[in-house]
Design a protein around this ligand. Sequence first.
Ligand code: BG6
Length: 503
Amino acid sequence: MKSIKSQPSIFVIFGGTGDLNSRKITPALYNLYLDDWLPDHFAVIGTGRTKLTNEEFRATLLEGINQFSRNGKADKKKWEEFSAHITYIVSDINNAKSYSAFSESIKSFEAEWKLPANIIYYLAVAPQFFPTIATNISKNALCADIAKTRIVIEKPFGHDLESAKDLNNLLKGIFDEKQIYRIDHYLGKETVQNIMAFRFANALFEPQWNRNYIDHVQISVTEQLGVGDRGEYYEGSGALRDMVQNHILQLLCIVAMEVPVDFSSDEIRDRKVDVLRAMRRFGPGDIKKRVVRGQYSAGWMEGKEVPGYREETKVNPESNTETFAAVKFFIDNWRWEGVPFYVRTGKRMQQSSSVITIQYKDVPHSIFPTEASENWGQNRLVISIQPEMSIRLQVQAKRPGLNMVLNPVDMVFDYKGTYASETPEAYETLLLDVMQGDQTLFMRGDQVEAAWELIMPILTSWETKQSLSFPNYVADTWGPELAEALVAQDGYHWFTLPIHKKK
Ligand code: BG6
């Protein structure tokens, strides 16, 4: 089947020789090419400080594809066709001459195609370079056409509320909001997009999607990996900044948002901002009650000894940075008043998985004898984002037999069993959306600021108070004991799917 093609497009990738481009961006573009989603006229201009010929640059990208593409090693013929669209320009982001070179290259593609193209500037560089590049793009008149030019900004978007505001102000002084695509790759994940379909395309769930029926919600995003070679970045970040401020709050917004009037990007993003605005703030006494931080110590994972966080490369041996965070949020509005939203995330945890659990309230009255309902469980909806991609609805059923005995069973929608086709990677979805000018799955400036505003009191408290208990959880566990206590004191436990260890 032929897909709906985007307009002619030119990607200018800053940080062309970097890790993100070889792991994610180019493999995603290549897969879009294989699946016939790229326009007939497209060009990728990689740029960086390293001197490389086009051929050398293409060779580094091919290595990335062979290692990281979901389609495995590149097909020789397809790669040759695709890579003919890739060129490389050596650049110095401070030098106007580099921007003239981009401009000339763009003009020459448009002249050759005899068509105007969408120009997408992708900033796959460290955040300290965002201002210089954005300012120089503007100074060199490379973004004057609002409809045609777009800028993609990777996370982290700011280090705190103030720096996020500064970056927003700078970008808004140069670009129209319609041109700015702030990436949160979780929004491109297939299962995350499906939460909206599940909620708003089924008559069944919406009427009970509220405080009258739902007891509490859990969002658990855990990883077996440690910080690896990202110690330098992670020391300045920590789990709250790295995962909660962006990915987890975005998931929470999709679960908790009101029903949008339509599927337009601003309508959806407005409803998400409403959630962030309604979230209960953290006063001084709340941090101890509603937030837990953790840091991993050395341990054994799948038979291999792994270092503690403080022993990782480029990490301070007395580091106060958290590698685990658990937070109890509340949303003070009519739909959710009083319903706790527990979230947790951590590195070096027992399982790599992202799971959202909606726990329903108990039935108002049980008609069954006690013996029948010994294994009684409340209804539960489990949305598994990764590695398993599924939605499970746990219901009570009668066990076969002559006695009336009830036990919980799962009604399962599982991607693997339902669809034969491969699932696109988040970056494929997001890059296609940028080409097509659809901002629904990107964060708007006010959303980012609202998320920072919410977590700032926690960050400030943690940064000013050294944790005396760090490290407080051993690798290959479920985090610090206090995280269990956070939910246990309300009578709950963290829900986990059966363990899937990474192969
Ligand atoms: C990134 C974080 O945004 O998301 C990483 O910086 C984290 O620390 C990663 O490992 C998790 O993404 P995924 O898609 O592997 O769940």
